[in-house]
Ligand binder design. Structure first.
Ligand code: DX5
Ligand code: ZN
Length: 218
């Protein structure tokens, strides 16, 4: 079954708590939290204090996507703020093994993300210790960008590799996912769809249901 992860980056921050609750009531499987540091990507967003506040609004899993240059400095902050899954980027500046271990030692699931231009081989050494692999379908930094169809082959390859390993980890996609693109990524093997602008800015429950239907239509 496909899991839907609304990205609150596209939510109305004047009523962030209500937007999180709307996603939960609307059938979301987790809440995707885009963390940007203004260095790894040219945008600055959410940190642990905000995560701690919205933790009071929902019991849904918090999927924290760290688009930051030095994730090792932030892991403890997110763990204590109430994260459930922390995904770091393979392109960031760190000892990947040590950071993944720290995430798991803190009781969270560990994810690893690949930018559109980064080959799957960069994730290969870590695949067996991951709970989730995130294949970015836009260049990270902003919501509302156009889906990059050239990444679909990497999703297929990642799915194949995960099947070969038999570890059953989640394969997530993020960026430009909506009614027109959901089917192609699910067909390629993705089972967790992040969506920001396709979910927020309208009736959240209806949009989640429509996206799920589009994703499961193949
Ligand atoms: C991009 C973020 C995404 C983004 C998704 O850097 O990681 O999660 O907010 O937004 P949409 O679905 O609008 O592309
Ligand atoms: Zn994201």
């Amino acid at each position: 079954m496909v899991k839907i992860a609304p990205s609150i980056l596209s939510a109305d921050f004047c009523k962030l708590g209500e937007e999180v609750v709307a996603a939960e009531h609307g059938g979301a499987d987790m809440i995707h939290i885009d963390v940007m540091d203004g260095v790894f990507v040219p945008n600055l967003t959410i940190g642990p204090p905000v995560v701690k506040q919205i933790r009071k609004c929902t019991t849904l899993e918090f999927d924290c996507h760290l688009m930051v240059q030095k994730p090792q400095t932030l892991i403890q902050g997110f763990l204590s703020a109430g994260s459930d899954l922390i995904t770091i980027h393979v392109e960031s500046d760190k000892d990947t093994d040590a950071v993944l271990d720290e995430i798991r030692a803190g009781g969270n699931k560990a994810g690893l993300s690949l930018n559109p231009g980064t080959p799957l081989s960069e994730a290969e050494p870590f695949l067996e210790k991951l709970d989730l692999l995130l294949v970015m379908t836009v260049h990270p930094g902003f919501s509302g960008q156009k889906f990059m169809p050239e990444v679909v082959q990497k999703i297929r390859d990642a799915y194949k590799r995960i099947e070969e390993l038999g570890t059953g980890i989640d394969l997530q996609v993020d960026g430009g996912i909506g009614l027109e693109t959901a089917r192609s990524v699910v067909e390629a093997g993705a089972n967790v769809l992040v969506a920001g602008s396709a979910i927020y800015g309208g009736n959240v429950g209806e949009r989640i249901a429509a996206l799920r239907m589009a994703a499961e239509s193949y």
